[in-house]
Design a protein around this ligand. Sequence first.
Ligand code: ADP
Length: 440
Amino acid sequence: MTTNWFRAVINRLFWLLLGCLLVGLITGEFAWALVAGLAIYLAWTLRQMLRFHHWLRNSPNEPPPEARGIWGEIFDTLYHMQRRDSRRRLRLQMVIDRIQTSTAALRDAVVMIDGDGHLEWWNHAAERLLGLRAPDDSGQHVTNLIRDPRFVAYFDEGTFRDPLDIPSPIDPGSWLQYTVTRYGRGDRLMVVRDITRLHNLEQMRKDFVANVSHELRTPLTVIVGYLETMLDAEDQGNPRWRRPLQQMQQQARRMQTLLNDLLLLARLETSNNALDEQPVQIDSLLETIHRDARALSGERGHQITLDVVAPRALRGNESELRSAFSNLVFNAVKYTPDRGEIAIQWWEDERGGHLAVRDNGVGIAPEHIGRLTERFYRVDSSRSTHTGGTGLGLAIVKHVLLRHQGKLQVSSTPGKGSTFTCHFPAERLIEAGPGLPAGH
Ligand code: ADP
């Protein structure tokens, strides 16, 4: 039942005034009776106010003092509000405690970073993995504590599309993966995982492939050498062996190309293999590739055009760039029918240097385009085997471009042709002065 407190107060005042009137009637002193009545009421109100104040200041969590009327109601309402609030606070604290204990138990480091890049909070694993110290490091800029230039560049770039894998700042033997997510108003949540085991496994896989390829090279060279000798001396041998020998030689050569590609990929993938840079003259480099492409086309009679406007040189590794560019051009020759057209074009603008290799060959269906740079990915394996491809060409192109901060763009229409474009950043273009090494 809810009480109408306004009416109750008016009622109380009415009875007080009536009392005063009665006393006035008896004593004949109306004014004094009224003054005395109001004074008593004021004293009572003041007393309740003082009790209220005392309770609020000293023991608001205890039940409030007994009071009647509107003051009792005020005490009770406030007391209930307080109890509800403290229950809510307790529940919230429990949730926070649970989150903190679970993040503390996490093996991954969790770091909260504010909009300006300063550290706000981190869990125990962050102290173990990144060497953060509480409370000294709180409020420090994250790049003051993780100083690896790769991390600084990753953090400053701010897109955080892919995770970053780099060695740990406190133990160079272990590898960490950083993933940053934006939330709230420009705040960032950084999760750091120890990926040493994964990294070592990956390294073992790469080393294994590189070692096997290396070990197979010598026996294969011997086999190819003997096959050549046997074919050269065919007039002395059995003519029935000619065709099998030719096929053996062809397959052995394919194997040699495959091994060379595998070794090249392994070298490109080794992260501590720094790029050996020099200014590369694009025009002469492309002229040699153009010549080789014409030789490869031979009697198939492709029309291969070269259009180079390269006032500047490209800062990079010439032999890696040669591998990447020739893979693109030779693919165009391989996957374009006889007498097809192939255009090689280099141009420079304010965004950087660009190489486009355009053909009007078989083209590629859209569902394959995203996967072309995967190792051994082939759109049509029978055709690739026929053209002698290893399936590693575009993987090599991707890695070479990655090492030069470049990007590969592929556009193609099945049956009409394809365009493979490499984009290099403007920082890689340098004024080509006299005395630069030739492009070949
Ligand atoms: P491969 O050694 O088999 O040519 P690549 O990695 O160089 O391997 O190319 C992967 C696949 O992409 C090829 O098998 C081929 O199907 C397709 N491809 C590459 N370049 C072209 C092109 N210019 N036109 C059509 N398809 C192409």
